[in-house]
Design a protein around this ligand. Structure first.
Ligand SMILES: *Cc1c(COP(=O)(O)O)cnc(C)c1O
Length: 401
């Protein structure tokens, strides 16, 4: 398969009367054309059936999240019991940390990368404070070496050698939102486990972008959103992964709600919580069906394409982009040159007149992402970005004086 093979399944935003060069799927994925049909189906069923839709909608609402489970499990390399679609990303990080961040007086620190997405940083800091620890003391930053932009495993090993016995949890981004660096998830997990540390990942920039094997890699937990590479609409629901090792252990403490209760007795409205085994047992509320309908449309495309095939197609396009932009004097690429250490995003550091270049590209129909003070982030999303998209981008950069 080639990159962009599914382009005609998406609505492409128009600029100046033609298709934009949309390289912003890392921020908000495009709308699959089927979304309207699937959302409409839900609206029609609600109109015609009312509450009966829970059981009798064409896709009944009661088990609706289950329609997404297999596809979700395939995307992240999990057993179906290990994933569920629910809530939003930061909310899910907190719910997961409620279960897996279990500080003790000797072991209470949290390790996160220094360039983490701000919400993740706020989330881990607030967890530490919530348990009565001082942020300065409890949060350990995994930083790039001086004058570098990327983190490396040697630094992590050094931190663990010194402070490993005090660290309760590692929580880092699988693909860094700023640099596009794809971290070595299995190796980080292995290193953490060597020190008896719980290891979780934020996969907002990884899911739908790279293929993973979370179960085999023995990751403890993970969470992601569905509106970036998963193309499921602004603010749409996130997903979680909980390794079966924890999910099947019903004694793992959790913040609970009725949707995590045993399905066969949920509606007997008993006082005692009887958790579902697996990730489903972390659900709180009955979920919103309308955004799930959008996710269902998106998952069908991932199922057809296959995440491994998408990743392969993406490598070629990104390599072209990387090679072409490497020759530019204006641009320094922050993202790793090793294709195994990146997904479909490249982060371009433009030290001189970066904003002017960005504005020029925007006028010419490019939709990309600007990060102050001088970084342009672009992503060639393999479902809808073609080699032609990136060729056009490169020639616009080259023609800019
Ligand atoms: C996009 C993103 C978020 C956004 O969190 P929401 O709770 O969905 O608003 C958080 N963390 C990372 C790493 C992200 O990439």
């Amino acid at each position: 398969m080639t990159s962009g093979q599914y382009r005609d399944q998406f609505h492409i935003p128009q600029v100046n009367g033609k298709d934009s060069i949309y390289l912003c799927g890392n921020s908000l994925g495009l709308q699959p054309k089927k979304v309207k049909e699937y959302v409409n189906e839900t609206l029609e069923d609600w109109a015609s059936l009312g509450v009966e839709g829970h059981l009798h909608a064409r896709h009944p609402w009661l088990p609706y999240h289950e329609f997404l489970t297999q596809s979700t499990a395939r995307l992240v390399g999990a057993n179906t019991s290990e994933v569920v679609v629910m809530n939003s990303l930061t909310v899910n990080l907190h719910l997961l940390m409620a279960s897996f961040y279990k500080p003790t007086p000797d072991r209470y620190k949290i390790l996160i990368e220094s360039d983490a997405f701000p919400s993740d940083r706020y989330a881990v800091a607030s967890q530490a404070k919530w348990h009565g620890y001082d942020e300065e003391d409890a949060i350990i930053l995994w930083r790039p070496k001086p004058d570098q932009h990327l983190v490396d495993l040697e630094e992590l090993e050094d931190i663990l050698r010194v402070e490993g016995e005090q660290i309760a949890m590692i929580m880092v981004g699988g693909v860094n939102y700023y640099t596009g660096q794809y971290l070595n998830i299995p190796e980080i997990t292995r290193l953490g486990h060597e020190h008896d540390i719980i290891v979780g990942f934020d996969l907002a920039h990884a899911t739908g972008n790279v293929d993973m094997k979370l179960h085999d890699w023995d990751v403890d937990f993970a969470a992601w959103c569905s509106y970036k590479y998963l193309n499921s609409g602004p603010g749409s629901l996130g997903g979680i992964f909980i390794h079966d090792r924890h999910g099947e252990d019903l004694s793992v403490p959790r913040l609970s709600g009725w949707w995590g209760h045993n399905k066969t007795t949920r509606f007997r409205m008993r006082d005692e919580f009887d958790p579902l085994p697996g990730a489903e047992g972390w659900q709180l509320s009955n979920p919103p069906i309308l955004p799930m309908a959008a996710i269902r449309a998106s998952m069908e495309l991932f199922d057809q394409a296959g995440i491994q095939q998408l990743r392969k197609a993406s490598r070629g396009t990104v390599q072209y982009l990387f090679d072409a932009l490497s020759t530019s004097e204006k641009i320094k690429i922050l993202t790793p040159s090793n294709p195994d250490e990146r997904g479909s995003q490249l982060s371009l550091l433009v030290e001189e007149d970066g904003r002017q270049l960005f504005d020029h590209l925007t006028k010419q129909g490019v939709i990309a992402d600007w990060r102050e003070p001088n970084v342009i982030r672009i992503a060639a999303a393999p479902l809808y970005n073609t080699l032609e998209d990136v060729e056009q981008f490169v020639s616009l950069v080259e023609s800019y004086k």
